[in-house]
Design a protein around this ligand. Structure first.
Ligand code: SF4
Length: 504
């Protein structure tokens, strides 16, 4: 869809207006200075009323249909032009979304929000002392979020604060993410650093050498500074792709290098691909007291697994889950994906019925997203996916199914190009929530990323400013540069946790 915009004349509007248009149409193009080639034209008028702004938008399509919307917004005190523009941008987005909704008849339940972390908005209001009913009203008025999604946000925020009562004051500690970039094969929708492990032992050895080095250096720095670790999360890739001996050495390194490991609140190891799980590896996890793992079916339909490049069977998922259970693993997460190629309500209902037989402690329900670099996006025509109505229906099924079985939603995030403009939701049985997932989604604490492709997120304890820093994604450049990357991270940490920056 090509959209001609008249009356805004500021390039900074292009991206947000395009993101909103993409909620309605595939691959939209917005022409901020107008275009004669467009499918539809929207004329904006902006009136600055000093303490408020009034925005109106008139949409005209090539068939002569017209939609009109107007919105007046009181301006909050602002300290920079950037803050001022953000408020104007939100007001423009408000009328823009309204005319597009009226024109297409499609309602966007997340309103003008196109970002990843909607619950952060509600946390911010709570921290500012805004009472819930006012916070809800503001979310509805400013962002046009539906009651249904506001209720979901509140439920999640309540759960997060119940599970981590000190969520707003965790800046004195850090969490650690460890990335292991190998998998048995690459899934079609994947954009994570995940290299097929077979025949790469040389590369695995050097990678692990680098990772052990990073763990020692960062651990030593944390000990020197007296900084505690809240959670540790092994992700990737599939951290159980390496051998049982390699896992054993890695966790030994963690216990030797990291401070006070016994008091870390949670250690998770993703064992996402059932084909990597063995009795020996589970024994290693038990030996090091790691009992939160993730075993990910994604679907219980064999043809789907084949179509998305996961070379394991449904039976294998169930058997490995039962093996883990029989060996005392008492906090298992499972992931399902709504809208996988060829799947509709029937297949998803089947996945839920199979999940019922296993009852993992937590269940993360993803909605398929077409990530730009994935094989699925590159060959989109090969993969037939359900339409918006069916995807919404499957999401509703997941909500009702989880609620009826005692699971409560405890974190959510959204992605670009996600089917039906929906979300990914983590559900858990009470007190089985992943603390790491909450911390990473709500961005309340520095997370230090170690290993290949691991992203660090440094949060200034005083200003809340976030700095991202990513390790190299491919093992080769990681192996060549891990020392320099470790030094850079330590320099950033020094600055962040210096006397001046250190939280009281
Ligand atoms: S198992 Fe996970 S990390 Fe590995 S290829 Fe599949 S989606 Fe990517």
């Amino acid at each position: 869809m090509r959209i001609s915009i008249v009356g805004l004349e500021d390039d900074r509007f292009t991206r947000p207006l395009e993101l909103i248009a993409n909620l309605f149409f595939e691959e939209s193009k917005v022409f901020i200075e107008g275009s004669k080639e467009a499918d539809v034209q929207i004329n904006f008028t902006l009136k600055d009323l000093e303490s408020a702004v009034r925005v109106s938008a008139e949409l005209k399509d090539t068939n002569g249909n017209i939609q009109f919307s107007e919105y007046q917004k009181e301006l909050k005190p602002y300290h920079s032009e950037k803050e001022y523009f953000k408020q104007i941008k939100n007001a423009v987005s408000h009328v823009y979304l309204t005319v597009l909704q009226d024109w297409t008849g499609m309602i966007q339940k997340w309103g003008i929000l196109t970002g990843v972390r909607p619950t952060k908005l509600l946390h911010k209001k709570i921290q500012e002392g805004v009472p819930p009913e006012i916070a809800h009203r503001e979310l509805k008025e400013e962002y046009l979020i539906s009651d249904e999604k506001i209720e979901l946000m509140q439920q999640i925020v309540d759960r997060q604060l119940a599970v981590i009562p000190d969520l707003y004051s965790l800046q004195k500690e850090v969490s650690i993410y460890i990335g292991i970039p190998f998998c048995p094969t690459k899934c079609a929708y994947c954009t994570f650093p995940a290299y097929a492990i077979n025949g790469r032992q040389g590369s695995v050895d050097s990678f692990l050498g680098g990772l052990h080095y990073e763990m020692r250096q960062i651990g030593e720095w944390l000990k020197k500074k007296g900084i505690k670790i809240t959670t540790v999360y092994y992700g990737g890739g599939t951290p159980t792709s390496i051998t049982a001996e390699e896992m054993d050495m890695l966790y030994e390194e963690m216990y030797t290098s990291f401070p006070d490991v016994k008091n870390i609140r949670e250690i998770t190891v993703e064992a996402g691909r059932p084909d990597t799980i063995t009795r020996e590896k589970l024994e290693v996890l038990k030996k090091w007291n790691i009992d939160r793992i993730s075993i990910n079916p994604q679907s219980y339909t064999q043809e789907t697994l084949k179509a998305i490049g996961r070379h394991h069977t449904v039976t294998e998922t169930i058997e490995k889950y039962q093996l883990a259970r029989s060996m005392g693993m008492n906090n298992i997460n499972m992931d399902l994906i709504i809208g996988l190629p060829g799947e509709g309500t029937q297949e998803f209902a089947h996945s839920l019925a199979e999940t019922e037989k296993l009852m993992p402690e937590s269940l993360t329900v993803h909605t398929l997203s077409f990530k730009r670099a994935s094989e699925m996006t590159k060959n989109k025509e090969k993969y037939k996916v359900a339409d918006r109505t069916e995807v919404e229906h499957m999401m509703e099924l997941a909500q009702n199914w989880t609620a009826a079985r005692g699971y409560v939603p405890y974190y959510l995030y959204r992605q670009k190009n996600i089917l039906g403009n929906l979300e990914n939701v983590g559900y858990a049985l009470p007190n089985q929530e992943s603390l790491y997932n909450i911390i990473i989604m709500e961005e309340t604490q520095t997370i230090i990323g170690l290993g290949c492709g691991a992203s660090s997120k440094f949060i200034d304890p005083v200003t809340g400013k976030i700095t991202h820093f990513a390790n190299p994604k491919d093992p080769k450049s990681y192996n060549e540069n891990f020392k320099a990357y470790t030094d850079k991270k330590i320099n950033i940490l020094e600055e962040l946790f210096s006397e001046k920056g250190s939280p009281a």
